[in-house]
Design a protein around this ligand. Structure first.
Ligand code: CP
Ligand code: NVA
Length: 302
């Protein structure tokens, strides 16, 4: 079975570092590998995307490959055809598969049966490329041994990916959320059992952000859950990232959001456009980190 990137925890701490090192070298132009030369990459999307789609397509092109945009209208994965058969067929045409979809088991199923590496471009469970790019952004902006990171809002795929990274890299991770919107229990337990990071879950937003190096937020209702928006607003409104809340964090804290943002809901304009915000650097780094992840996979699948 080829090496894939379904979750951050598919890598070791050292491999995550290897990806960050590759990313820094590629971003600065020190190296410009072409591991996808002569290969096509299937980019399967069953959910909408701006950043993931464009950064993968541009990145694949820069690595010498050709991207194929495939929507669920064509393949209807798991319905028109089994995950197994889609994996086997795609493997005969392409050198890598990138997929954004609802069910995480569709991604692990593809990774199990494909003869080429699979990259997770977001599932309901995790968004690993995002958090790899975000941690890289933090490393660029703040030099510290260990960061305190306050995630505020819905316990979702972004929160779960922070927990996955925290199970490899030591950090002080505070999750400010309502008891009704917790992160995934299994991922939380696995992170705690790894014993690398301090993990706090609290329903007190000020406690979560107190002195934090980073404040991170995301939409309160993720793709596929927009029907739950009103319930989420009712319980999460006190976690809005606004100037008052930011004033409790470190005076030079970074404010992050994976985007797309619902401005005025989980984050105010004044914060998103303010001096702490690095949201567009995060968006840019999706390109660099994904090039590094794809290069890493091609290297480790030789
Ligand atoms: N952050 C992110 O993944 O954005 P898209 O949904 O636009 O790809
Ligand atoms: N939690 C969000 C992330 C979007 C990049 C979602 O899944 O919709």
């Amino acid at each position: 079975m080829p090496r894939s990137f379904c979750e951050i925890t598919d890598c070791t701490r050292e491999e995550v570092q290897e990806i960050f090192n590759l990313c820094a070298k590629m971003k600065s132009g020190k190296i410009a590998p072409k591991p996808l030369e002569g290969k096509a990459v299937a980019c399967v999307f069953t959910k909408p995307s701006l950043r993931t789609r464009v950064s993968f397509e541009v990145g694949i092109n820069e690595l010498g490959g050709k991207s194929l945009y495939i929507t669920d209208n064509e393949i209807s994965i798991g319905k028109r055809e089994s995950v197994h058969d889609v994996a086997k067929v795609l493997s005969r045409y392409v050198g890598m598969i990138m997929i954004r979809t609802f069910s995480h088991s569709d991604v692990t199923g593809l990774a199990k049966y494909a003869d080429v590496p699979v990259v997770n471009g977001l599932t309901d469970l995790v968004h690993p490329c995002q958090i790899m790019g975000d941690y890289f952004t933090i490393l660029e902006h703040k030099k510290k041994e260990k960061y305190s990171i306050a995630y505020l809002g819905d316990g979702n795929n972004i929160t779960n990916s922070w927990l996955n990274l925290a199970s490899l890299i030591p950090m002080d991770l505070r999750i400010g959320t309502d008891p009704s919107t917790p992160p995934d229990k299994t991922i939380l337990e696995r992170c705690k059992a790894a014993g690398k990071s301090q993990v706090t879950i609290t329903d007190d937003p000020i406690k979560a952000v107190k002195g934090a190096d980073v404040i991170y937020t995301d939409v309160w209702a993720s793709m596929g859950q927009k029907d739950k928006l009103n319930e989420k607003i009712a319980v999460l409104k006190k976690f809005q990232v606004n100037n008052e809340l930011v004033s409790h964090a470190d005076k030079d804290c970074l404010v992050m959001h994976c985007l797309p943002a619902e401005r005025g809901r989980e984050i105010t304009d004044e914060v998103m456009d303010g001096r702490h915000s690095v949201v567009f650097d995060e968006a840019e780094n999706r390109l660099h980190i994904q090039k590094a992840i794809m290069t890493f996979l091609m290297e480790h699948n030789k």
